[in-house]
Design a binder for this molecule. Structure first.
Ligand SMILES: NC(=O)c1ccc[n+]([C@@H]2O[C@H](COP(=O)([O-])OP(=O)(O)OC[C@H]3O[C@@H](n4cnc5c(N)ncnc54)[C@H](O)[C@@H]3O)[C@@H](O)[C@H]2O)c1
Length: 347
C-alpha cells in the first residue's frame, strides 16, 4: 500500500513511518518540520526506496493538491498536529490553525483527490486523535467510542473539532474514513518536553523531577511502537466510518509512573548516593488538569484482535535504555525554544 503520513517527523508519526516501511509499504512523509519535528526520527528509513519526504504545511491547500497528485496514495494517515497541552494554554492560536483549519484542508484535498480517482471504496482517510476529547473521568468508568465529547483544554478542544470535521466529511461527502482516539504515548524519540523524557533527562542531570499537583492524575500509558502497530491494524482492517479507542491497558498515576522510571534508572545508572526518587518535586498544577483518562479497549480487542505487546514497566525499561543510548539525539532537541521551561502555568 502507498500511504501518505502527515506529521511523520514527529514522535508517533515517525514510529508509523518506520513500521510501515519495515512492513513493505511505500510511505510519503508530509511534515512542516515545526519545533516538535526531527528528521533523525526517520533516519533509519531515509535511504529506503519505499520512503519519500515532502516538506509541506497541511494548511497549504495547493501543496496538498500537488503532493496527492504526484504520489497518488492509497491511504492517508493524518497525524500532523500541535500536540503539547501546556503550549496550547500559552498560545492556542497555532492549535486552532493546524489542528482544525489544517484538518479541514486535509479533508478537502483528500476529497478532491478521491473524487478525481473515481471515489474508490478502498481509499482510507485515517484520522489520528486523542482520548483527551472525552474529558476527565472520576475514579470509575472508562472511555468507550460512544462516550460524549467533553474536551477541556485548547489542545483537546481543537482535536475534538477535527474529529467532528472528519465525521462530517464521511457523512456528507461519503469520504471513506476511520478514526482512532488513543491514550498517552511514551517511547523512543519522544520530544523532551513531555513527562516521560523530562523525568529521564532531568534525573540523569541531577535536576528536580517536576510532578504537577499531587501526582494523582491517572493516564493509560501506551508504548509508541504498540500504537503504530495498532494504527496500521485499524488502517488495514478497521470498519469504514468507525472509530477505535486505543489504550495501553496500563493505568498509572503520574507519581507511580515517575517512581517506576526512577527505579529503572536506579538499576541501569545508579546515583553516587540515594535514589533518583529523591529528586521528585511537586510543582503548581496545570490549569484544568484532567484527573483521569482510561480507555475501554473492547472494540480493538474483540473486533480487530489487537492487544498491546508490552506492560508499562517493560515499555519504560526499553524507553529508558533508548534515552541512555541516544544522547546526541536528545541533547540537540533540548536547545529548542521553550524546552526545559515550565509552560502553561496560567489559565
Ligand atoms: N503524544 C501522545 O501521547 C498522543 C496521544 C494521543 C493522540 N496523539 C495525536 O497523535 C498525533 C501525533 O502526535 P505526536 O505526539 O507525534 O506529535 P508531535 O508534536 O511529536 O509531532 C507532530 C508533527 O506534526 C508536524 N506538524 C505540526 N504542524 C504541522 C503543519 N501545519 N503541517 C504539517 N506538519 C505539521 C510537526 O512538524 C511534527 O513533526 C497528533 O495528532 C496528536 O494529537 C498524540
Amino acid at each position: 500500500m502507498k500511504i501518505l503520513v502527515t506529521g511523520g517527523a514527529g514522535f508517533i508519526g515517525s514510529a508509523v513511518v518506520r513500521l510501515a516501511v519495515a512492513r513493505g509499504h511505500r510511505v510519503v512523509n508530509l511534515d512542516a518540520l515545526t519545533y516538535a519535528a526531527c528528521l533523525d526520527n526517520v533516519a533509519e528509513v531515509a535511504n529506503s526506496p519505499l520512503y519519500t519526504f515532502e516538506h509541506g504545511d497541511i494548511r497549504d491547500r495547493a501543496a496538498l493538491d500537488r503532493i496527492l497528485e504526484t504520489h497518488k496514495p492509497d491511504a492517508i494517515m493524518h497525524l500532523a498536529a500541535e500536540s503539547h497541552v501546556d503550549r496550547s494554554i500559552d498560545g492556542p492560536g497555532n492549535f486552532i490553525e493546524t489542528n482544525i483549519t489544517g484538518t479541514y484542508h486535509m479533508l478537502e484535498a483528500a476529497r478532491a483527490y478521491w473524487t478525481a480517482q473515481g471515489r474508490p471504496n478502498t481509499f482510507r482517510f485515517h484520522h489520528i486523535s486523542t482520548d483527551e476529547v472525552f474529558g476527565s473521568l472520576g475514579p470509575a468508568g472508562m472511555f468507550t467510542e460512544d462516550t460524549p465529547y467533553d474536551p477541556r483544554s485548547p489542545y483537546s478542544a481543537s482535536k475534538a473539532a477535527s474529529d467532528h470535521l472528519v465525521r462530517a466529511w464521511a457523512e456528507t461527502y461519503g469520504l471513506p474514513v476511520v478514526l482512532t482516539n488513543c491514550s498517552n504515548n511514551y517511547g523512543p524519540y519522544h520530544f523532551p518536553e513531555k513527562l516521560v523524557p523530562v523525568v529521564i533527562l532531568n534525573a540523569l542531570a541531577g535536576k528536580p523531577l517536576p510532578i504537577y499537583g499531587d501526582g494523582a492524575n491517572i493516564r493509560d500509558w501506551l508504548y509508541v511502537e504498540d500504537h503504530a502497530d495498532a494504527l496500521l491494524c485499524v488502517l488495514e482492517r478497521g470498519k469504514l466510518g468507525r472509530s477505535y479507542n486505543i489504550g495501553g491497558e496500563n493505568e498509572r498515576t503520574n507519581l507511580k509512573l515517575v517512581k517506576t522510571i526512577c527505579g529503572i534508572l536506579d538499576e541501569k545508572r545508579p546515583r553516587d548516593s540515594g535514589t533518583y526518587a529523591d529528586l521528585i518535586t511537586f510543582v503548581a498544577d496545570r490549569p484544568g488538569h484532567d484527573a483521569r483518562y482510561a480507555i475501554d479497549p473492547a472494540r480493538m480487542n474483540t473486533e480487530l484482535g489487537w492487544h498491546p505487546s508490552v506492560t508499562v514497566e517493560e515499555g519504560l525499561a526499553l524507553t529508558v535504555q533508548w534515552y541512555l543510548d541516544n544522547e546526541t539525539w536528545w541533547r540537540a532537541l533540548q536547545a529548542r525554544d521553550g524546552v526545559g521551561e515550565r509552560l502553561g502555568k496560567t489559565g
